[in-house]
Design a protein around this ligand. Structure first.
Ligand code: FEO
Length: 162
């Protein structure tokens, strides 16, 4: 059985994951509007992953006898000044999520909730991957350059994401 404090914190994290999905979907829409269809595809895949993260927490709360609660989702930014600005925003956001997951782990330890602590290990590892993925993209921007040719090549490459 989940303690109330843990249940509430997990619900907040579930909301953050769905908010992440919304942010990435908004980024995908901005890319699509600017005909960067590869970057848009990448962001749609990212948004889908975030929905999966939210669902994972939903099922865990239920399994532990808690009540998943859907909260409102903050309106995401609609436009970004450049392709680079989008991915820099994505990295900043992932670092924010990592911090949030770390705080959840600390709470699970404080409450001596081992099941939640173990459940959260998946998210700890996932955040390493999430940050690293965006960091690698930012490195690629440095390598390929931000001129039209560089952006064209990267749009094509990132569009290959399943
Ligand atoms: Fe679910 Fe990208 O953090």
């Amino acid at each position: 059985m989940l303690k109330k404090e843990m249940e509430q914190a997990l619900n907040e994290q579930m909301n953050k994951e769905f908010t992440s999905a919304y942010i990435y979907a908004a980024m995908a829409a901005d890319f699509a509007a600017k005909d960067y269809n590869g970057f848009s595809r990448w962001m749609i895949a990212q948004a889908r992953e975030e929905m999966g993260h939210g669902q994972k927490i939903y099922h865990f709360i239920l399994e532990r006898g808690g009540r998943p609660l859907y909260d409102s989702i903050e309106k995401p930014q609609e436009q970004w000044d450049s392709v680079l600005a989008v991915f820099e925003h994505a990295l900043k956001h992932e670092r924010f999520i990592t911090k949030s997951i770390d705080e959840l782990v600390n709470l699970s330890r404080k409450l001596d909730d081992k099941a939640t602590e173990i459940f959260l290990q998946w998210f700890v590892s996932e955040q390493v991957e999430e940050e690293s993925n965006v960091e690698s993209i930012l490195v690629k921007f440095e390598q390929a350059g931000l001129d039209n040719r560089g952006l064209y090549l990267l749009d094509k490459e990132l569009g290959a994401r399943e």
